[in-house]
Design a protein around this ligand. Structure first.
Ligand SMILES: [Zn+2]
Length: 167
């Protein structure tokens, strides 16, 4: 097992060597998350095993992080703990991705260049973030008030329309 996390890695090579990587990655290194986070002081805990599962070159494990998102309603902090079960199948092309069993999400490795670990991690975390983060109590009102008011307006609108037609 590697005690320190590599910045970059060749996923296929790691599978062949049956590597397991475990450690903490600073959220500040995950630049594609920055717009979504209120602060990026924390870390993501990574525990990933690279191994073959039948004929699939797989990355299996867990990514956990205590994210702090910005509520899109009140703009205040929204704690968002993520515990993501990772089950990726390495593929060289979209065609290969189509052949993966359903239990795997494809991880496209198009280049021979080593991949940034941060890219793999932030892709997983992005999947765990809702499209419009907001507090439960900030959500759209569930009271019938507005809908009822609109319904009351409608008969008048219909009446007005009727009057116009009669003129
Ligand atoms: Zn809010």
């Amino acid at each position: 097992m590697l005690d320190h996390l590599p910045d970059k890695l060749d996923p296929y090579e790691f599978v062949e060597k049956k590597r397991r990587i475990k450690g903490k990655l600073a959220l500040s290194a995950l630049d594609r998350l920055h717009d979504l986070l209120l602060n990026f002081e924390g870390v993501a805990n990574i525990d990933l095993e690279f191994r073959r599962e039948a004929r699939i070159a797989a990355v299996v494990g867990r990514i956990e992080a205590e994210l702090v998102l910005r509520c899109q309603c009140c703009l205040e902090a929204l704690p968002w703990p993520v515990a993501s079960e990772v089950r990726l199948g390495l593929v060289r092309s979209i065609d290969e991705a189509d052949l993966l069993p359903e239990a795997f999400e494809p991880l496209l490795v198009e280049s021979e260049e080593p991949m940034a670990l941060a890219d793999i991690v932030q892709d997983e975390l992005l999947l765990a973030i809702p499209p419009i983060p907001q507090h439960e109590y900030c959500g759209p009102p569930k009271k019938p008030g507005k809908a009822a008011a609109e319904a009351r307006e409608n008969p008048f609108a219909a009446l007005a329309q009727l009057k116009k037609t009669n003129l």
